[in-house]
Design a protein around this ligand. Structure first.
Ligand code: URA
Length: 235
């Protein structure tokens, strides 16, 4: 098997990113540094490491949906020592999340040990829709929603247009539904900062055809066959 395919199937990164990691000289096969992109390996016999970490193909695939609570990081080892989503899941498998949610965001996140699947679902080419429920301070006007629908400019960077629907206004807070395709860093929070409304609660409720459903905060379960098909068929 080609080395970059082995690395991406093991969940190291996308195939293109794995090429970069190889060229940077971070990969060793049987103790020898490899920096040629065409390298073939025997996945059953060869010992592959990335920066000293042994990389293995998963023995069986796991696909999970989790309701991430606020106050959990999506990194495996958080540099600030904060709680991580991996502490919520009881498994021996080395899982990784498909995309991320901010520390303060809650809701639907998908995890797997299938690198190939994760890279495909996360690929911008497939424009997987992500739906959020937002509670923001103040009364949000139609003109402000129009700005977000058009694509707001934040710090000189244009956020792509979003589908924005007004849901309610109660006790000084507006509730909205926001649907985006791309997942730029802190995209929803930055959109609301740009129109001058602080977000109080941000919750992801859907990725493509997969809904958060009735999962309680911190709860997780395997994706059903039907849910997996929705993600694969969207491509
Ligand atoms: N947009 C954000 O601002 N934060 C998230 O966690 C997800 C989308």
């Amino acid at each position: 098997m080609r080395l970059n395919k082995f690395l991406s199937n093991s969940g190291v990164a996308s195939r293109r990113k794995c090429d970069e990691i190889i060229l940077e000289g971070k990969v060793e096969v049987n103790g020898k540094k490899v920096d040629s992109l065409g390298t073939q390996i025997n996945e059953k016999k060869d010992k592959v490491t990335v920066e000293g970490r042994v990389i293995k193909l998963p023995s069986s695939f796991v696909y999970i949906k989790l309701n991430k609570p606020k106050g959990y990081a999506c990194t495996a080892n958080d540099e600030k020592g904060r709680k991580t989503i991996y502490q919520l899941i009881d498994t021996e498998e080395r899982l990784f999340s498909i995309g991320r949610l901010d520390y303060d965001t809650e809701g639907l996140i998908l995890l797997t040990n299938d690198g190939n699947f994760a890279n495909q679902v996360a690929h911008p080419r497939y424009e997987m829709e992500k739906e959020y429920k937002v509670t923001a301070e103040g009364e949000i006007k139609e003109s402000e929603m129009a700005v977000m629908r058009k694509g707001v400019v934040v710090d000189g960077e244009r956020m792509p247009p979003a589908r924005v629907e007004w849901l309610s206004f109660e006790n000084g807070f507006t509730k909205l539904s926001v649907v985006i395709n791309e997942g730029q860093n802190r995209q929803v929070r930055r959109m609301f900062e740009a129109i001058g409304h602080q977000i109080k609660l941000l919750k992801r409720v859907r990725i493509g055809g997969v809904k958060l459903g009735g999962l309680k905060r911190g709860e997780y379960r395997d994706l059903t066959e039907a849910e997996l098909n929705l993600l694969v068929r969207a491509k």
